[in-house]
Design a protein around this ligand. Structure first.
Ligand SMILES: O=C(O)c1ccccc1NCC(=O)[C@H](O)[C@H](O)COP(=O)(O)O
Length: 216
């Protein structure tokens, strides 16, 4: 695997075109659009997701976070919102992802892995052939040693998520070496995207990228 020169940044829980503009201005490569899920903040109606996805300029990617668990329901959800990428937030059967690839070959597929322990690595062989990337998430900082092992074992790119901000991102990048990172709550103040926190985050990521690349 080539050394990562520029960690990709995905800003999740984008709620409006204004927030999308702020995230892109700060350097986001991808926007996360959270559809109805059983719990959690930042949930958008499909019509709003479709509006933001239709607006987003290239090369920015738009990730639909779907809680659907079958290929046909995920394909319907994608058809209703038209993102570039679908992020499957539940652990679904690998054959459903394979079927989704057949139904919608043009849409990028990202499987979320909820990292509870070393068992997460066991999911790689069955899922990797059908997805373009994994996203490791527990919604809070998790054991980065497991994430690091996952990155080394995965044949496809891996995003790291959960409790990241400008104060801890350099350590996370050094230990885990992910392809990309995903952030939601810690670049927000009172629920709104905060341009200062975004700027601090992106500058911490670029500084860490430069150091790690120079070190080899
Ligand atoms: O994945 C979900 O089910 C979900 C539900 C409601 C809101 C967001 C959801 N997923 C995205 C994320 O959880 C965050 O992007 C990711 O965990 C990073 O979060 P944070 O620790 O707040 O940076």
């Amino acid at each position: 695997m080539l050394a990562i020169m520029r960690t990709r940044i995905k800003i999740c829980c984008i709620a409006s075109i204004d927030e999308a503009q702020l995230a892109i201005a700060a350097g986001a490569d991808a926007l996360g659009l959270v559809a109805a899920v059983p719990c959690g903040p930042g949930v958008l109606p499909d019509a709003r997701i479709a509006k933001i996805a239709a607006w987003a300029p290239p090369p920015v990617s738009t990730f639909l976070l779907t809680a659907e668990t079958t290929a046909s329901r995920i394909a319907e959800h994608v058809a209703a919102t038209l993102p570039t990428t679908v992020q499957i937030v539940n652990h679904i059967a690998p054959q459903e992802v394979a079927e989704l690839a057949r139904l919608l070959p043009q849409v990028r597929r990202v499987q979320v892995i909820h990292v509870e322990g070393g068992d997460a690595l066991a999911m790689i062989p069955a899922h990797a052939p059908h997805v373009h990337a994994f996203l490791l998430d527990t919604g809070r900082s998790h054991d980065w040693a497991i994430s690091a092992r996952f990155v080394r074992a995965s044949p496809v790119p891996v995003f790291l998520a959960g409790g990241l901000d400008d104060s801890n991102v350099a350590g996370a990048l050094r230990q885990v070496r992910p392809y990309g990172i995903d952030l939601c709550s810690r670049v927000r103040t009172d629920g709104r995207l905060d341009i200062l926190k975004l700027a601090l985050l992106t500058s911490a990521v670029r500084e860490a990228d430069a150091l790690l690349y120079a070190e080899g």
